[in-house]
Design a protein around this ligand. Structure first.
Ligand code: HPA
Ligand code: ZN
Length: 330
């Protein structure tokens, strides 16, 4: 089948979990080097294997347990950015969790971050791809653990760490339990995003907006069940980081055809497109664009407009945006 969308189309990807972007081969390699047996997380074909979203989170954390040093993260960033560059991504933001980088200790986090930033700089020079980091607390680890993570974020806000967010199991705790962490990050000048409306219904999006006051929502797709909320998202310019393939693979929606991304767009909600944890969902950004083009008849012009919106919503400085806009519109 011939391609509908040029795979080299320049892209902006805002919703990508760093550890979740690690290929199974990369994680298997680390496990072997360290003598760790995590064979239970792989299927026969070598891909990640899990039953449902909650099992996915367990497998994710088992895979992440092989990442044990700043050097491991340096290698991870380079491997992940090589994959992104192959998809035509010119700017990406990645969720990074001090929980997985030294257990929330600020001194250890600084060392991991140094390695991550060095790798990002190397990728900028060799692959022409820009990466920024969004420090992310993990909802199912609880509000107490989120506080030191927010402090890590506030202390290391800078050219690379530009945002703060929350991921993990949306059914655990309430957004208001994380208001302290978000207030701390906001006061430090970090830009905010929150996972909501992936597994939680429309009310979970309302709760995240009311209590955490983010400018972007990770997923947010279940807002479609509450049209007053959809209007609020559109009017307030709240940007959704939509990951259709992730939602379909995990069973939030049975197929792309049933996915609300096209309806959200029709109702003038600003949406962006990302892969979330691409090897876990057996997807790439090129594949996402192609499937969306086939399912909804979206054209290159639609994707160009979505990428321009994503760049506007990016958590980077204006000079970076200006130079990237040139490349997006070329
Ligand atoms: N959803 C929520 N939390 C996550 C995910 C996800 O897809 N990936 C890693 N943490
Ligand atoms: Zn996510």
């Amino acid at each position: 089948m011939s391609e509908l969308i040029d795979p080299a189309l320049p892209k902006v990807e805002l919703h990508l979990h760093l550890e979740g972007a690690a290929s199974p081969a990369f994680i298997r390699g680390l496990a072997k080097e360290k003598g760790l047996d995590i064979s239970g997380i792989f299927a026969e074909d070598g891909g990640y294997d899990y039953r449902d979203f909650w099992h996915f989170l367990e497998v994710y954390e088992a895979a992440t347990s092989t990442l044990q040093s700043p050097e491991d993260f340096r290698r991870l960033v380079l491997a992940v950015l090589e994959d992104r560059a192959e998809d035509g991504v010119i700017y990406a933001e990645t969720f990074v969790s001090p929980d997985f980088c030294g257990g929330g200790d600020l001194g250890a986090w600084r060392e991991y971050l140094h390695a991550i930033e060095e790798a990002a700089e190397q990728a900028q020079n060799t692959m022409g791809i820009t990466l920024k980091g969004v420090v992310t607390c993990i909802r199912h680890f609880g509000p107490e653990k989120a506080r030191p993570i927010a402090l890590c974020a506030a202390e290391t806000k800078g050219d690379f760490i530009t945002g703060f967010g929350i991921a993990g199991d949306e059914k655990m705790h309430h957004p208001k339990d994380f208001a302290w962490a978000f207030d701390c990050a906001r006061e430090a000048g970090l830009r905010l995003t929150a996972h909501a409306g992936e597994w939680g219904g429309a009310q979970s999006v309302r709760d995240a907006l009311d209590h955490l006051r983010p400018e972007r929502i990770g997923h947010g797709v279940q807002a479609i069940d509450d049209l007053a909320l959809v209007d609020r998202l559109a009017e307030d310019g709240i940007v959704l980081e939509v990951c259709p393939g992730s939602n379909v693979f995990l069973g939030v929606y049975p197929s792309f055809r049933d996915h609300p991304v096209d309806r959200l767009r029709e109702r003038e909600v600003k949406i962006t497109l990302s892969t979330d944890d691409p090897p876990f969902f057996r997807t790439t950004l090129v594949q996402e664009y192609e499937t969306l083009a086939r399912t909804f008849g979206w054209t290159e012009a639609d994707f160009r407009s979505i990428n321009a919106d994503a760049l506007k919503a990016a958590f980077c400085d204006e000079a970076t945006k200006r130079s990237l806009l040139d490349r997006l519109t070329r």
